[in-house]
Design a protein around this ligand. Sequence first.
Ligand SMILES: Nc1nc2c(c(=O)[nH]1)N[C@H]1C(S)=C(S)[C@@H](COP(=O)(O)OP(=O)(O)OC[C@H]3O[C@@H](n4cnc5c(=O)[nH]c(N)nc54)[C@H](O)[C@@H]3O)O[C@H]1N2
Ligand SMILES: Nc1nc2c(c(=O)[nH]1)N[C@H]1C(S)=C(S)[C@@H](COP(=O)(O)OP(=O)(O)OC[C@H]3O[C@@H](n4cnc5c(=O)[nH]c(N)nc54)[C@H](O)[C@@H]3O)O[C@H]1N2
Ligand SMILES: [Mo]
Length: 716
Amino acid sequence: MTNSLNDMRHAQSMIFIGSNAAEAHPVSMQHILHAKEVNNAPVIVVDPRFTKLAAKADEFVRIRPGTDCIFVMGLINEIIQKGWEDKEFIRSRVAGFPEMAASCSQYTPEEVENVTGIPAVQTRKVAKILATNRPTSLTWCMGGTQHHIGSSITRAFCILQLVLGNMGKSGGGTNIFRGHDNVQGATDMCVLSHTLPGYYGLKDGSWKHWCRVWDVEYDYIASRFKEKKWMNAKGFTLSRWYEGVLGEEKIEQYTPIKAMIQWGCGSNSNSQYNRVVKAYNKLDLFVIIDPFPTMAAATCTSDNVYLLPCSSQYETSGSVTSTSRQIQWRHKIVDPINGCRDDYTIMQDLVERLGFADKFYKNIKEVPEDITREINRGTLTIGYNGQTPERIKKHMENWHTFDIDTLQAKGGPCNGDYYGMPWPCWTEEHPGTPILYDVSKPVSKGGLPFRNRFGIEHTYEMSGRTENQLAADGVYNPGSEVKGGYPEFKDVVPGTNWKTDLSQKTLKEALRRGMAPFGNARARCVVWTFPDQIPIHREPLHSPRPDLISKYPTYEDKPNHFRVFTRFKSEQSPELAKSFPFVLTTGRMVEHMGGGAETRSNKYLAELQPEMYAEVNPKTGNDLGVRDGDMIWIESPEGGKVKVKAFFTERVDEHTIFMPYHFGGVLMGESLSGNYPAGHEPYVSGEPANVCTNYGYDIVTQIQATKDGLCKISRA
Ligand SMILES: Nc1nc2c(c(=O)[nH]1)N[C@H]1C(S)=C(S)[C@@H](COP(=O)(O)OP(=O)(O)OC[C@H]3O[C@@H](n4cnc5c(=O)[nH]c(N)nc54)[C@H](O)[C@@H]3O)O[C@H]1N2
Ligand SMILES: Nc1nc2c(c(=O)[nH]1)N[C@H]1C(S)=C(S)[C@@H](COP(=O)(O)OP(=O)(O)OC[C@H]3O[C@@H](n4cnc5c(=O)[nH]c(N)nc54)[C@H](O)[C@@H]3O)O[C@H]1N2
Ligand SMILES: [Mo]
C-alpha cells in the first residue's frame, strides 16, 4: 500500500477492483465506511460478482473475469479524451505519458463494452466520478492479479492513479490490501525465488551485500552451488514447484526436485491440485511444518511424510509487517502447548543439524530481537533501518497516543512518530513514511519523491522519443538542496551506494541535505523490461469469447519461466469454450482462511460455514435441469473435477460459476478422512476448488490464474 488503511478515511472517492474487503479485510471497512459516510465519498466496486462489498457501493460495475486491463485503460482513455488528466502532475512527475495515451486510445468505451460487458455509459460515468471526486483511493486485490496478464492489469491501475494525479496524496494512492497478517513482511524478507531479502536482485553485488550483513564469506556461499550460474538463476515458484518433481514439463534444472518442506502452507491453495498430489507422492522426502496436518498430509499415501507440529502465533513473539507497511511486535501469550515447537526453534535446530549454524546463527544470540536487528542492518533498500525492537515495542505500549486519522503520535514517548514506523524508516530518529511519494513533507519527516531506479534517460521504442527520467525542476521535498529531480546517492563511501553502504553514512548524508537516498525521479507509464511495455488487453488463456482471441491473443510460449516450460499461445484455443462454456472464478469468504486447515478445524467457524458450494445463477441451473441444493460436478479442461452443492444466487451472472477455495479433505469425489492422523481430521471437509482451477500463469510473476478459467457443469 502506498498509503494506509487509516488514510483511506481521507478519500473523496474509492474504487475497489477485484477486492471483496467486506469478507477478506473486514477491519478495513471501518475506514472505508468512514470516508463514505463522513466525506460522502462515492464507492465504486468492480467485480464479476455482487459481493458484500458491492452491497455498499454507489456504483457496482459487473465485469467479465480477466478483462480489467481494458476497462482501466479505457477509463484512462476517457479521462484523457475529456481533458480531465492532471496535466501538471504528468508534466512534472510522470514518464512515458504520450506513448501510453496513444496506446490506450484504441480502448473506446464501446470497445470496452464489447470485451468486458460493462455498458459504455457506465465506463463514462465512472471516469466522471473519479475526475470530479479527487483524490481517489484505488484498491485492488486478487481479482486484479490472478490472471496471465495480472502484471499488466496492476500496472494499468497504477497508471490510472498517475493520470489523475492521485499519488503521494492523503486520501489517494494505490492501496493493495495484503493477504496474511505478515505477508508484507514475508515479501519484504523474500520468501520468493527471484530476489534476495529486501528486494536486492539476484546479482553478485546483492549476494556480497548480504554476505557482509550475515558475516559470511561470499566464496563459501558460492561454493554451496553446483555451478556459479545457479546462484543468480531464478528458482521455481510455489505455483509450479511440482513440475520439478513430476518431469512431465521441460524444466531447466540439472536434477528433479527430490525433497519439499511446506512451512505454513495450506497446500490446497495450489492450482492444478490433483497434479500437485501426484508430486507429493513422488518426493523422497516431504516435511510439513504447521500447527495442523493440512490437506497435503492426507493426500500422501507413500511413506515419505514427516509432520512437525508447530506452534501458533500466540505461542511466540517477534516483528511482523502489516499491509500498511507498519512494523508491529507480536507478544507471546502462552508457551507452546501439546509438545509443539515455535518456528524459530525448528529453524535453529534445522540449521544446526545441517551444519550451518556457525555461519548463519553466530550473531543471533537473543531470539527474536537479534533477527529484527539483522533486518535493520541489511534492508536499506526499503528503509527497515529505524524500526529497532525497542522502538517497535515502545509503539505497541503506547497505542493510545497515536491519532486514528494521521497515525502520528501526539505527545508521549513516541511523539511525532507514525504508528509502526511504516517503511521506509531511514534512521532511528526518522518517524516512518505514512504515505509513499509525498513531496509535501521533508524527507526527514516522512516525505518522499518517486524513486530513480531506471537510469537518467530513456528512448522509447514505440515513438523514438527520448525522455529524462528525473522529476522536473520545481518538484522536491521541503528543505531539499536540489530543487528538482536528482539521481540516487552513491560513492559517499567509495565503492558503495545508498543500498550497500552498511555504515549508513550515505543515507544520513542524503537526509542531511533534505533529499531522498534513492533520488527523485518520474513514475513510468512504459516499462521497457516487460513483454507488454504499456499494458494492453489479452484474452484470458482460456477465453469464453473465441471471437476475441485473434484480436487480443496471448503471448508466445515461454520456455524457461522460473525454470519451467510455460504454455501461452499453444494453450489458447477458440475451440475450448464449446465444451467448457462457463467461466470459473474463485475467492474467499469471511469465515474461512486460505486452504482452511485452521478455520475448518475451529468448531465455531466450521459451524458457520460447514459446506463447500458453488455459486450458480438460477437461470443457468434451471437451463441445465439442476435445482438449488443439488450436488453437481464441475470439471476443468485439464480433467480435474469436484462434486459440490449448487447454491443458486444472482450474485453471479449466467455465464459465471464461483467457488470458495477454502475446502479440503475430499479429492475428486473421494473422502480422505481416514488419512489424517488420529484426532486431527478437520470438523469440516469438502472438495478443493483448486482441483478445477485451470492451467495459466502470469507472464512476469507466474501467479496462478485462478480467477478466469473455464469449466463445465452437470448434475451429480
Ligand atoms: N476471511 C478471509 N480473509 C482473507 C483471506 C481468507 O482466506 N479468508 N485471505 C487473505 C489473503 S491471502 C488475500 S490475498 C486477501 C484477498 O482478498 P480479495 O482479493 O479481496 O479476495 P478474493 O475473494 O480472492 O477476491 C476478491 C474478488 O475478486 C473478484 N474477481 C474474480 N475475478 C475477477 C476479475 O477478473 N476482475 C475483478 N475485478 N474481480 C474479480 C471475486 O469475485 C472476489 O469478489 O484476503 C485475505 N483475507
Ligand atoms: N483458487 C484459488 N487459489 C488461491 C487463491 C485464490 O484466490 N483462489 N489465493 C491465493 C493466495 S492470494 C494465497 S496467499 C494462497 C494462500 O495459501 P496458503 O498460504 O496455502 O493458505 P493458508 O491456509 O493461509 O496457509 C497457511 C498455513 O499456515 C499454517 N500456520 C498458521 N500459523 C502458523 C505459524 O505460526 N507457523 C507455521 N509454520 N504455520 C502456521 C496454517 O495452519 C495453514 O496451514 O492461496 C492462493 N490460492
Ligand atoms: Mo494472498
